[in-house]
Design a protein around this ligand. Structure first.
Ligand code: MIC
Ligand code: SF4
Length: 619
């Protein structure tokens, strides 16, 4: 039986486990990327675990999300990240050098290798035939020290592309179409591997958009083969020597298949609130918008920017110098960072609509409660910027002809190479990492929050400049937990001392931020009971000693109210034995059961109170 590319990547890196759906596999990690927001904790954890040198051959720390230095706190974090990277063997990418995913793809991607990143959009490098996975900080800290990355073997789904994109239709529309069909839950427990005759027409930049935003489908990752398109991409960057083929066998078998005719699609747009509220552009054309933004790790490529410039200044496209042209249209060009995508800067005015060629529009993420953020392609964004209303770009006539330059300028000026010297500088914003508590024999606690479906990590621990500045200060960031969802939650949790959260489907979707686990842990949350979890968040809960339980019968969810007192008499013993966890609701007198399916590795970590407590010898 022939193998998929995904299976080849997994088997060639397998350290432990069997690649059978649902079983745990542990893979060797070739490359690691860390960011400024999610990188301080893993480096602190790496130190706390006693490591002194990174083991994976390529480790890069990027300062890309949180670069505003309005006071010294971000600068403190950056200085710590720079000095720790230098000392322990990681490359450091300076603020302004670009967003981690794109810079990593351009500079370090190597087909056939594995990449683990602290950011949920790490799968972007799957566009170059890598197995690139986003993970929580503790999993990344373990990988920095040479440990494998363990996860549950997903189903491998082939996405079979036929046809070619029509004028004005883009790779963003491909991933929006998949979100429209499958919803933000549709990729849970799956890897999408792209193939088919339509593939050859997709440039590397377009594959990057699709692989990147697969995160919004909750996929474990997305994989594209490494082919002539990949070779031409690397060659333009003077990295032709790093190219190697990575393809599935001709008779490869897959667990499932999805078909997509690229030629049948039109421009799409996601309505405010969730990336899967996707409709054809015609349905909302004419809606006034107050802000239009292009960029981010999803649509920040040269190809995107060139298309945008082409739309804004069709008649002067002949001129050289895209940036000058863009500025001449009145566009505001920000520094190349995540910025507004994570609510840092360019926050829309209250009650206004923002149209963004980005990837996430969870409520409040733009930095203001009640925001209305639409997601679309760069072309739809540019067309709408010309009119002030959502505009179907097909009404503009002939699309710009985007020609890639034969060579992209490559510079190493934005990177600092590691050496083994120097002092690690810890400014006052760097606080010690907390330790989780071992799971108690029994838990008796109140439901401090009852939430619905699709709770994102932006709901649990919001983005935005005011909050992100505390990513290396757990007590401070915990104060912001659920602040847009229930402003009283923190006070209630503090008063209760111990608590439980109840939620619906796909709890914890979105970012890989550990803050969404360690913040609630700090506030006394000891268990989360939901209908289903998003992969990275569930791992983060286990890594911090919070018990992730799922309802055996989802109907039990309806019987619970906020402030109900729940009693879990045999919690620890049930987790240890791998049996169901019975819960009694004091208010109703009813009992219901929940499950916590753990691998032996996860069970040991959870019972000890998380990875740090486990490595320090807890039980
Ligand atoms: C995001 O897009 O939500 C972020 C901000 O990049 C996060 C990382 C973080 O929360 O620091 C992610 O995607 O993991
Ligand atoms: Fe940065 Fe936005 Fe990409 Fe997250 S989704 S890495 S915040 S650009």
């Amino acid at each position: 039986m022939g193998q998929s590319l995904t299976r080849k990547l997994i088997e060639s890196h397998l350290v432990a486990g069997k690649p059978v759906i649902g079983e745990e596999v542990s893979l060797a990690v070739d490359q690691v990327l860390l960011t400024d927001t999610n990188g301080t904790l893993p480096w602190l954890q790496f130190e706390a675990m006693g490591f002194t040198r990174v083991i994976p051959p390529r480790v890069v720390t990027y300062i890309d999300h949180n670069v505003y230095q309005v006071d010294s706190r971000n600068s403190d974090d950056h200085r710590y990240l720079q000095t720790a990277s230098r000392k322990y063997g990681a490359v450091f990418s300076k603020p302004g050098n670009g967003i981690c995913h794109q810079v990593h793809m351009e500079t370090y991607s190597i087909p056939g290798q594995t990449l683990l990143g602290t950011d949920s959009h790490t799968p972007l490098c799957g566009a170059a035939g890598m197995l690139a996975i986003g993970a929580g900080g503790l999993d990344v800290a373990v990988a920095l020290g040479g440990g494998p990355y363990s996860f549950t073997m997903p189903a491998v789904v082939r996405v079979w592309l036929t046809g070619q994109l029509r004028p004005w239709v883009t790779a963003k529309d491909v991933i929006l179409e998949l979100l429209r069909r499958l919803s933000v839950r549709g990729g849970s427990g799956k890897i999408f591997e792209y193939g088919g005759p339509g593939l050859a027409s997709l440039l590397a930049a377009q594959r990057m958009t699709i692989a990147n935003m697969g995160a919004e489908l909750t996929l474990t990752t997305s994989v594209f083969p490494s082919d002539d398109v990949t070779r031409s991409f690397l060659t333009r960057l003077n990295r032709g020597g790093d190219w190697r083929p990575a393809t599935p066998d001709e008779d490869a078998e897959y667990d499932d298949q999805i078909e997509l005719d690229l030629g049948s699609m039109g421009p799409l747009i996601a309505l405010p609130g969730s990336p899967d509220r996707v409709v054809p552009i015609e349905e909302v054309a004419g809606t006034p918008v107050d802000q239009v933004m292009v960029g981010s790790c999803t649509n920040g490529s040269w190809h995107d920017m060139s298309s945008v410039t082409g739309v804004l200044i069709l008649e002067t496209m002949a001129r050289e110098g895209l940036l000058a042209d863009l500025l001449a249209t009145g566009a505001l060009v920000s520094e190349s960072t995540c910025g507004s995508c994570a609510g840092i800067g360019h926050v829309p005015a209250a009650g206004t609509r923002s149209l963004r060629a980005f990837n996430r529009n969870f409520p409040g993420r733009s930095g203001v409660k009640g925001d209305e953020v639409y997601l679309c392609s760069s072309l739809v964004a540019a067309a709408s910027a010309l009119t002030g209303t959502i505009t179907d770009p097909r009404t503009l006539g002939t699309p710009p002809d985007v020609q890639l330059p034969p060579r992209f300028a490559a510079s190493e000026a934005g990177f600092v190479a590691p050496d083994s010297g120097g002092e690690v500088l810890r400014g006052p914003n760097i606080k010690p990492v907390p330790l989780g508590e071992p799971v108690a024999p029994a838990l008796d606690a109140s439901v401090l929050l009852k939430l619905g479906d699709k709770v994102s990590t932006d709901d649990i621990s919001p983005a935005g400049a005011a909050v992100l500045v505390f990513r290396s200060n757990v007590p401070a960031i915990a104060e912001h937990c659920f602040k847009y969802v229930d402003a009283e939650f923190v006070a209630r949790a503090k008063a209760a001392g111990r608590g439980i959260i109840v939620g619906g489907e796909i709890y914890g979707q979105g970012s890989s931020r550990e803050a969404a686990a360690v913040g609630p842990m700090h506030l006394g949350i000891r268990a989360v009971i939901v209908k289903s979890f998003a992969r990275i968040h569930r791992a983060n809960l286990i890594n911090w000693g919070i018990v992730p339980l799922t309802f055996d019968d989802p109907a039990a969810y309806d019987t619970i109210e906020r402030d109900d007192r729940l009693h879990l008499p045999d919690l620890r013993a049930a987790l240890k034995a791998g049996t169901r966890v019975t819960i009694a609701n004091q208010r109703t007198g009813a009992t219901f059961t929940t499950s916590c399916l753990l691998t032996p590795r996860e069970r040991d970590i959870l019972l000890a109170g998380g990875v740090l407590a486990y490595t320090k010898g807890g039980s």
